[in-house]
Every structure is written in C-alpha cells, then in structure tokens.
Design a protein around this ligand. Structure first.
Ligand SMILES: Nc1nc2c(ncn2[C@@H]2O[C@H](COP(=O)(O)OP(=O)(O)OP(=O)(O)O)[C@@H](O)[C@H]2O)c(=O)[nH]1
Ligand SMILES: [Zn+2]
Length: 299
C-alpha cells in the first residue's frame, strides 16, 4: 500500500495509480480502489504514479496532484508524448520469434531505458517454439553488451523470471503478441480476478489490454503490463545524448579527432574505427545513425 506522503494536502489521501483508461484512472488507496478523474486538464498521470486524491463520491475521486517520480519511461514521436509507466525500477523487454521480432524495436527499448536511467532485462519468450533458437543466438549479442537475457516459455514455466522481479517495480514492454499478458497470468494466477476488480471500478465491464495495468506480485514487488507497441518514438532524447545511450560506445567517446563528432562520416571517428575492427557491432552503429537521421528529417 502506498505510504502517506508528507506532501499530502488537507482532505486528500495518497494513492497508487494501477490502471489508466483514457481519461479515467484506477487508484488504489487504503480504503480501496477509486475510479478517478484528474483536476482540470491534467493528463500526464501514468500507471505507477503515486498521487494525492480527494474522494468526490463513494468509490470515486479526483487526482489533485502527482508526487515526485523516481523514474519515468515514455516515448515521443514527432507529434506527441506517450507515457508508459512511472516509478519503475526495471524494464523487461519481451521478445519472441513468433510473430517476427523487430530488432529495431528492441534497440529502441534499450536506448529509451538508457536515457531514462532504468536497468533493462531482455526476455525471450516462447522458448518452446523451434523458431526461438535462431533468435536466442541473435540476442546473445545484447548479452555481450551487458544486458541480462532470460529465456523461458510463459506457457510452460514463467518462474525463471520471478526471482528477478522480487523487490522491484518492473514494466513489461514490447511488440504486440510477444506474450506479456500471458506472462502476467502465469506469474499471478489471480490476475484475471484482480483485473475484474479494476474493470468494475472503471465501469467498463470487461478487461482490456489497451492500457497499462499494475499488479502486486507480493508486498514488495510490482509488475506493470503495458500495451503492445508498433512504434517507439525516441524524440525525447537530445541528439547529442544518443551516443551515450549505447553502452558499448562509452569507452570510445571523447576519443574522436573532433570533439563535436557525430560519429557519422567524420574522419578520425573512434566509434567508426571500433566498428571496423569489430569491437562495436556495425549493426548497432548503423542503428545509431538511423536515429540521428530520423531526428534531422523531422526538423
Ligand atoms: N507457444 C507459445 N505461445 C505463447 C507463449 N506465451 C504467449 N503465447 C501466445 O502468444 C499470443 C500473444 O500472447 P499475449 O500474452 O496476448 O501477448 P501480449 O504481448 O500481451 O500482446 P498485446 O496485449 O497485444 O501487447 C497468445 O496466443 C499466447 O497464447 C509461449 O510461451 N509459448
Ligand atoms: Zn566519432
């Protein structure tokens, strides 16, 4: 249960946002789950936020304030920002061989996690499928970069992930159909019952996977299931900050001939040299350059 915040205003109580549904939010408080709206036009409330709510009628409330966040994972395309989850301590990127895993999406999740300063774990789901072996081999490259890789089948046994979730607030992200909801159900058999509660609070009558939902695995461990993504805009990251989001580039940064090097076509580029001699994966450098080019084309 959310702690009482020192910032709480008179007449409000502290709550935890466990689901967002359009402009409505389910907020867990000591007295139960409230169906809430926000004060005025405030729309930046996100799953995982600790908030100050004022009860407006039985079972309903108004979110007056968002408490300061430890972290915020979000994506931004040319037009708008989409918050994914707040106050998470780790990101689990869920991949699978079927439907086809887009490695660019995986790379985007990694870059977003680096920019947000949130540790990231890769999960290869559907290990029971024969197609998984080839993908597992490809994902080995990311393990070499220092990212942990967990291989499992949510349908057979999701327990290998359980220990890594202990004491953390984790968010599952990834393409649609990778098995995020199946994982949640495997880790939390009562999830569907619990989802029913939330839906009642929202008066929607049925569960939807369109919005993020926070589940309690135990008193210390929270898991947020987020909707599947087709695109992962990274426009929130400054062009100059991008290279720092590639951990394997870091030892080489500051070694280029030009100290304002973009690591594109400049002579004497230490990153390009490292890619040529195999220290850096050429595909990752190409991906970095794509992100830069995308930034320029949108100006
Ligand atoms: N073979 C196999 N299939 C799986 C496994 N895990 C999930 N699936 C199947 O993959 C499909 C998609 O699973 P979901 O859990 O709905 O995927 P999701 O990532 O939540 O998808 P979105 O809600 O669209 O984001 C379903 O048909 C699952 O039964 C697994 O370990 N092995
Ligand atoms: Zn360079």
């Amino acid at each position: 249960m959310a702690k009482q915040s020192s910032a709480s205003q008179a007449g409000t109580q502290t709550g935890l946002v466990i689901q967002s549904f359009g402009r409505r939010y389910s907020v867990e408080t000591e007295g139960g789950i409230l169906s809430c709206v926000t004060r005025g036009k405030k729309t930046d409330v996100v799953c995982g936020d600790q908030v100050q709510v004022r009860i407006s009628s039985p079972g309903e409330g108004v979110i007056e304030d968002i408490d300061p966040r430890h972290s915020l994972l979000y994506r931004q395309d040319e037009w708008r920002i989409k918050s994914i989850a707040a106050n998470v301590s780790q990101i689990i990127v869920v991949t699978a061989a079927v439907p086809a895993c887009h490695e660019a999406m995986l790379n985007r999740c990694l870059v977003a996690s680096e920019a947000a300063g949130i540790p990231c774990i890769l999960l290869l789901n559907k290990a029971d499928l024969p197609e998984s072996a080839a993908l597992q081999q490809r994902l080995g490259r990311y393990e070499q970069l220092g990212y942990r890789l967990v291989v499992l089948s949510a349908k057979q046994d999701a327990q290998p992930l359980r220990a890594l979730l202990q004491g953390q607030t984790s968010v599952l992200v990834g393409q649609s159909g990778m098995g995020k909801s199946t994982l949640v159900n495997a880790l939390l058999p009562e999830a569907s019952a619990r989802t029913g509660d939330i839906s009642t609070a929202l008066n929607s009558g049925k569960h939807t996977t369109t919005y993020a939902t926070l589940y309690h695995l135990d008193a210390q461990s929270r898991l947020i299931d987020s909707p599947g993504m087709q695109v992962f805009g990274l426009h929130q990251i400054e062009a100059r900050q991008l290279a720092e989001c590639f951990p394997e580039f870091r030892p080489h940064l500051g070694q280029c001939r030009f100290n304002n090097c973009w690591h594109r076509v400049e002579p004497g580029c230490a990153i390009a040299a490292a890619a040529e001699n195999g220290e850096i994966d050429a595909a990752r450098l190409a991906f970095y350059r794509e992100l830069l080019a995308e930034r320029e084309s949108s100006r």
